[in-house]
Ligand binder design. Structure first.
Ligand SMILES: *Cc1c(COP(=O)(O)O)cnc(C)c1O
Length: 385
């Protein structure tokens, strides 16, 4: 008996505590969490630096409305802009809200309404971000969608060339499509998107909700390319588990959001800002990010050794510690077996296993996870994979 809407296909496991990469369920069973929640706890669960900062803030003040000045918001905004595109920040509470803000800002600044997004993209579940998302399953049963959005094939320059025009307010994309199967943008595509946006007076919005905050080995994934987006959005990893989101826009956009044009009651609240500030202290650090990239390469080569002999293995796509392993068959049963054997992993579409370990994962934990994966595949009695 549940009193919850059944809009999630929940696993029959309840996580009750966690520390770093390890979590424990209500029966006392331990797991290695290679999901970071769902790409959220990039510093691992209950990181002491974040716990200490938020615990102190809990004793001071929980909420002041956005009618007051906020040095905590200023502090986080400075860190975000310094490590990205400069400009200014609007704080909200989730990825969808950050994208909503980006879409509204682009439409208001340009005075145009068409926004181009891509097939297999994921931008959120609100009325606008659902329409922005390039996956039919997200929209089924909800009637007609906002006409603002046009969806094009990803990594296809000529499709974009044909569609983009002077009526286009913005092009919005993920650098690595997370929910849609861990598809990485090609350099050629990214460079062309920026060029075509410039030629047509359209803004470039990069949805960094999943790829940002160090996940790919850079503060934000667009920094792997010679790219300068007009707007980026962030959420998942930003508060290391405390809900918070942000939209960052370049200086020339600032006048388009004047008093009264947009807002959020809880956006930028003191607890969220404290969590974000503490998180960014540790993640926006070159040495830390280089290690993320190195651990990503190590995990990739070892995963390849394990999976290469399998006939149904199609390949590994990754940037930093964002992994998709594709197979020719469905992977749901494999995810369940891994969980039974103590490793939490995600799917990204039916045929892709997704690993998003905490960025703080140790080589020992990577090896332990690889051991579980190898063992699960070898256990012929349990896996018909
Ligand atoms: C998760 C996600 C979102 C939505 O974030 P919510 O916090 O669930 O609203 C948007 N874009 C991308 C790329 C995401 O991965």
């Amino acid at each position: 008996m549940t009193h919850l809407f059944e809009n999630y296909a929940r696993w029959d496991v309840e996580i009750v505590s966690g520390s770093g990469t390890n979590v424990v369920d209500s029966s006392g069973k331990d797991y290695l969490d290679f999901t970071s929640g769902i790409g959220v706890c990039n510093l691992g669960h209950c990181h002491p630096h974040v716990v200490e900062a938020t615990t102190n803030q809990l004793q001071k003040i929980w909420h002041t409305s956005n009618l007051f000045k906020s040095s905590l918001q200023e502090e986080v905004a400075e860190k975000l802009t310094l490590h990205s595109i400069g400009g200014s920040v609007f704080f909200c509470n989730s990825g969808a809200e950050a994208n909503e803000a980006a879409i509204k800002l682009a439409r208001k600044y340009t005075g145009k309404s068409k926004v181009i997004t891509f097939l297999q993209s994921f931008h959120g579940r609100t009325f606008a971000t659902m329409a922005a998302t390039g996956q039919d399953k997200v929209k089924q049963g909800f009637g007609s969608m906002l006409e603002t959005f046009v969806h094009l094939p990803y990594n296809d320059v000529s499709a974009l060339k044909n569609e983009i025009d002077h009526e286009t307010a913005a092009v919005m994309l993920e650098i690595v499509q997370g929910e849609g199967g861990v598809h990485v943008a090609t350099e050629d595509f990214i460079v062309s998107v920026e060029q075509l946006c410039k030629e047509n007076g359209a803004l470039l919005i990069v949805d960094e909700v999943q790829t940002g905050i160090g996940r790919t080995g850079k503060p934000f994934a667009y920094q792997h390319y010679k790219l300068s987006p007009d707007i980026i959005t962030s959420a998942k990893g930003l508060g290391n588990g405390f809900p918070t989101g942000a939209m960052i826009g370049k200086d020339f956009l600032i006048a388009a959001f004047n008093p009264g044009s947009h807002g959020s009651t809880f956006g930028g609240n003191p607890i969220a800002m404290t969590a974000a500030s503490a998180t960014l202290d540790l993640i926006f650090d070159d040495e830390f990010l280089n290690e993320v990239a190195e651990k990503g390469e190590y995990f990739k080569s070892k995963l390849e050794e394990i999976f290469a002999p399998l006939e149904n293995f199609k390949g590994i796509r990754h940037k930093g510690l964002m992994f998709g392993v594709e197979f020719s068959n469905e992977v749901g049963s494999m995810i369940s077996k891994l969980r039974e054997n103590g490793l939490l992993a995600l799917v990204a579409g039916p045929n892709v296993i997704r690993f998003l370990p905490p960025l703080t994962v140790t080589y020992g934990e990577l090896d332990a996870a690889l051991g579980i994966i190898g063992g699960t595949l070898l256990d012929k009695q349990k896996v018909t994979f």
